[in-house]
Ligand binder design. Structure first.
Ligand SMILES: [Mg+2]
Length: 227
């Protein structure tokens, strides 16, 4: 398939969110005098993932997501007297500094951008995502950046994709490929909208979701085997 446009998810697809997140959590823990450990990092991830799923399902707002993930973490750790909203603000400040990329991201974006238009479609928080993007090595290869918070809808909502198509248009759906590491937001969003999808699955997780990507890759460079 000849694609004219590629819509890349940001976190876990182009950006190494795991590293950025761990740095941000360890730094904020240090600031508040809380002991950091890998167990606590994993616990936070689990809680945060659950909150993002609730957000993507429209159950909670972005503000609720941001405070309740830390309120939940502190409750689970038996830590009292920390204002979760204030802690979240500090955390986001550290997170905005993390612009490490996934292996191959620079080369893949550089190469694809020679013949295609590239955009980032992300459900992240606008100030954080824009800061990380502007510090990153891929910024010159990406023509558009769409952050759900600014649009008012999040992947997989079709209205999110309506906004993207409206801005980048005129776009024919057959020429557009969605690349992402989340079956429930990226791949489901693309499938629902009638787009081809590429599931970036570096840990080779078994797909039990029933959501079927057009193709799957284990490293970003493998995209060249398909397009
Ligand atoms: Mg992702």
């Amino acid at each position: 398939m000849a694609y004219s446009t590629i819509l890349f998810d940001a976190d876990g697809t182009l950006f190494d969110y795991d590293r950025a997140e761990e740095f941000a959590l360890a730094s904020s823990f240090r600031k508040y005098g809380i002991q950091f450990s890998q167990e606590r990092n994993s616990l936070y991830r689990e809680i945060n993932d659950g909150k993002w799923k609730q957000f993507e399902a429209g159950v909670i707002s972005k503000d609720e997501l941001q405070t309740s993930r830390f309120a939940g973490l502190f409750a689970a750790l038996g830590i009292a007297n920390i204002d979760a909203a204030r802690f979240n603000k500090d955390y986001l400040g550290y997170l905005a500094c993390g612009s490490e990329l996934i292996d191959g991201a620079v080369e893949v974006c550089r190469s694809l951008s020679a013949t295609m238009r590239l955009a980032i479609i992300t459900n992240g928080i606008a100030t954080v995502q824009l800061s990380r993007f502007s510090k990153s090595e891929i910024k010159d290869y990406i023509s558009y950046m769409f952050v759900s918070e600014e649009i008012g809808y999040a992947k997989p909502d079709a209205r999110y994709f309506d906004f993207v198509f409206d801005r980048m248009g005129p776009l024919g759906k057959p020429g557009v490929l969605v690349v992402g590491d989340s079956l429930t937001s990226d791949i489901q969003g693309g499938v629902n909208y009638g787009l081809d999808t590429c599931y970036y699955n570096p840990r080779k997780l078994e797909n039990l979701s029933g959501i079927k990507p057009t193709f799957e890759i284990g490293s970003l460079a493998e995209i060249f085997d398909w397009i």
